[in-house]
Design a protein around this ligand. Structure first.
Ligand code: RIB
Ligand code: CA
Length: 315
């Protein structure tokens, strides 16, 4: 079966790492052209170091490209309150021996996309700064992108504010470029990611398995649950995994085609993904497939199978 070309843009970050692991476990189906980093959960240097450490620990790597160290317009607001001082607290990674391949993600992403005969899927699990700049600086790449599968936004409620999800809130101007690019967007917003959750019992299963990958994930996820538990969450959304899982298993998701616009104002609604839900209005075109539901049992089963596949591969 022909592999799907993918580029992954991320801010690792605990759930970014779970998403990357799912992709790495499916290299028989995905041709991972590269992974680029963007400032978000932590500063650019920290999230890039985290990716290098992860690859060093796994002994697997893809091309790494370093992207933007800040949003297009406003200052960076990190997610350190969730992901810790390193941006990937909870596991003692080795010092990195894996180096980056490019210090200019825009050039790297442009060349990777243009050099492929087939179209690629762009997967984004952090603020959309790199993706927005790519589409604005090198619009010729648009015809080489099949769709963008992104974790971000929500139809109904936010997380970092009552109305905005973190990835969009961190760089709404970049999100505006992406959602108005004409490229089909598959949005894994909080509506679906809050249903794609892991439980303490699931984490205990990973701890029991205690393989090279399952053991690492158990420790990382134990840290990841600390913030969520303190906020009152009863289970723990693996947000970014949805953006990769959709590419591999569309059938476990359901969603709705909507016209989504980004609020870039400096008001209470900054960073909101404003979807038109007026069912009596017919739009000539919608820009977004907003995922709204997922079969969580299948989601977790597929993810754990991927982790255990890597355990075996790396044993
Ligand atoms: O709101 C969730 C998103 O913010 C995820 O991508 C998580 O990694 C953080 O970046
Ligand atoms: Ca992320």
């Amino acid at each position: 079966m022909k592999k799907t070309n993918v580029l992954i843009d991320c801010d690792p970050g605990h759930d970014d790492v779970m998403a990357i692991l799912l992709a790495l476990a499916n290299r028989d189906r995905l041709n991972i052209l590269g992974v680029s980093t963007v400032a978000g959960n932590q500063t650019l240097d920290k999230v890039t170091l985290n990716l290098r450490k992860l690859y060093t620990y796994l002994g697997i790597k893809t091309p790494i490209a370093v992207g933007s160290d800040r949003p297009i317009i406003k200052e960076l607001k990190t997610g350190d309150f969730v992901h810790g001082e390193s941006g990937l607290d909870g596991f003692d990674f080795p010092n990195p021996t894996v180096e980056v391949d490019s210090t200019n993600a825009l050039l790297f992403m442009r060349d990777a996309l243009l050099n492929c005969d087939e179209k690629s899927v762009l997967i984004a699990t952090g603020p959309l700064t790199n993706v927005g700049l790519l589409l604005r600086v090198f619009p010729e790449v648009k015809e080489k992108i099949d769709y963008i599968s992104l974790m971000g936004g929500s139809v109904f409620k936010g997380n970092v504010t009552p109305f905005a999800e973190y990835n969009i809130y961190a760089d709404p101007e970049a999100a505006h470029i992406v959602f108005n690019s004409g490229i089909p967007i598959v949005m894994s917003g909080l509506d679906v990611t809050h249903k794609a959750y892991i439980t303490n019992e699931d984490i205990m299963e990973l701890e029991r398995l205690n393989g090279k990958v399952t053991g690492m994930c158990a420790k990382l996820l134990k840290f990841f649950t600390k913030f969520h538990t303190s906020e009152g969450y009863k289970n723990f959304p693996l947000h970014d995994v949805c953006a990769v899982m959709y590419v591999l298993n569309k059938d476990i998701f359901t969603g709705q085609n909507l016209l989504v616009q980004i609020d870039t104002s400096d008001t209470l609604h900054r960073g909101r993904t404003a979807a038109d839900l007026r069912e009596w209005i017919t739009h000539d075109s919608t820009n977004t497939l907003a995922l709204l539901d997922v079969d969580r049992n299948k989601f977790i089963e597929i993810l754990f199978d991927a982790f255990e596949k890597l355990d075996s591969e790396l044993a």
